[in-house]
Ligand binder design. Sequence first.
Ligand code: XMP
Length: 524
Amino acid sequence: KILILDFGSQVTQLIARRVREAHVYCEIHPNDVSDAFIREFAPKGIILSGSHASTYESEELKAPDAVWQLGIPVLGICYGMQTMAAQLGGKVEYSDHREFGYAEVRAHGHTELLRGVQDFATAEGHGMLKVWMSHGDKVTALPPGFKLMASTPSCPIAGMADESRGYYAVQFHPEVTHTLQGRELLNRFVLGIAKARPDWVMGNYIEEAVARIREQVGSEEVILGLSGGVDSSVAAALIHRAIGDQLTCVFVDHGLLRLNEGQMVMEMFAGRLHAKVVHVDASAQFLGHLAGVSDPEAKRKIIGREFVEVFQAEAKKLKSAKWLAQGTIYPDVIESGGAKTKKATTIKSHHNVGGLPETLGLKLLEPLRELFKDEVRELGVALGLPHDMVYRHPFPGPGLGVRILGEVKKDYADLLRRADAIFIEELRNTRDEVSGKTWYELTSQAFAVFLPVKSVGVMGDGRTYDYVVALRAVQTSDFMTADWAELPYSLLKRTSGRIINEVRGINRVTYDVSSKPPATIEWE
Ligand code: XMP
């Protein structure tokens, strides 16, 4: 396995994802873990991440001594290269010239990392790489034993290596897709240089995970909140595979789900998997508490609170349950390094419905804790869940509660559900000619939003005065920033025509052409 030490970069998770894609297990830990921890982890290689700090800002931003004592390969990326240089006797200097964005890097000499890798060659025959750079400081003198591996005119030492010790470092970011050969470089380090075993495959993982769950739980009973989302579904399927009827799933229907969603969840888990599922129809209770409330954050709080209440009431009925299972995944548990550098402002309170307080007095079972989303999906398919369920767009915990602007009413929810289902159906049925993929696959999230305003229309001979629906479709890799999707006009036209004809009560459809930022993906 590979150890990634995080110095507080935004893109450290991408390093881990690339390593896992090479089928090598890896974990991210803060840069200041103890020497003892590193020895115990016993990695085949270590990767030092970037940071948004500079080497001089903080003494704490160093790699632990054990990194240099274990005699294993180390790859430094961006800041990781600078700290490698500084700690091993080279020189790093502050530079007021910030390089940010695309750069062309010349690959020098022959190292195992860069040998024969290039995007193009110059007239003189030099191998060049197209990369993504983002840094201010730079290495100005190589540490003893190192040789130059890469350079740009403004960054003469953009890569260095001491192959006798297996130390490699690059100033650019191989983990981002803008660096065209990035995946190849990381594969070379992980598989070729560190010689980690590529044995991390979801099909094999099931057996291991099942054995672990059985050992953890023994003969005790487990309760799990099923939401219809990918994570809780895969967790349920995995735990059910391990302990069968010792698992009880509680599916709380808050009345703000998509069309037929409740039915689909029941068919899949109770019907096909024969799991024990308690279906709680709490829609009246939720809608009752939401009556008269229009503030988005207030709505979120009410839905979250009610969810906990309903779930707890069910959990109390299951007196023998000793465990609470949750679909927590790796990105939720990674603790980032880079001392005091992270402080995100809360724009929306993203409490996940399903995030339960510890007042139940149950032990936590989180079998997906070490998996990334892509891996959770692969696991879901390996467990026999339908592809469409596992590759569904994300759906917010408060559901349609934040897609009906202002006060939530049952009538509004019913109209929205039908409009949304038509949009999704059209996205699934329309293929892009160039890629051959459906527009559902080409978008990261797509849905309809209910606008409680009325506008005038004409239908047949009559005047209508009905509600408006906005369609939203975005493309994004991390949901932090997103572009509105350039859907084909023909698709929008068909969708709008069908919604207005088939959903009585809606006479106007608009398409949202705002990107995030400054708009958010959801409207509330
Ligand atoms: P925004 O609207 O903040 O959404 O751009 C980013 C992603 O988060 C989802 N989202 C939520 N998920 N509870 C959730 O579980 C929430 O309250 C919530 N609000 C937004 C949104 O669907 C998108 O994927």
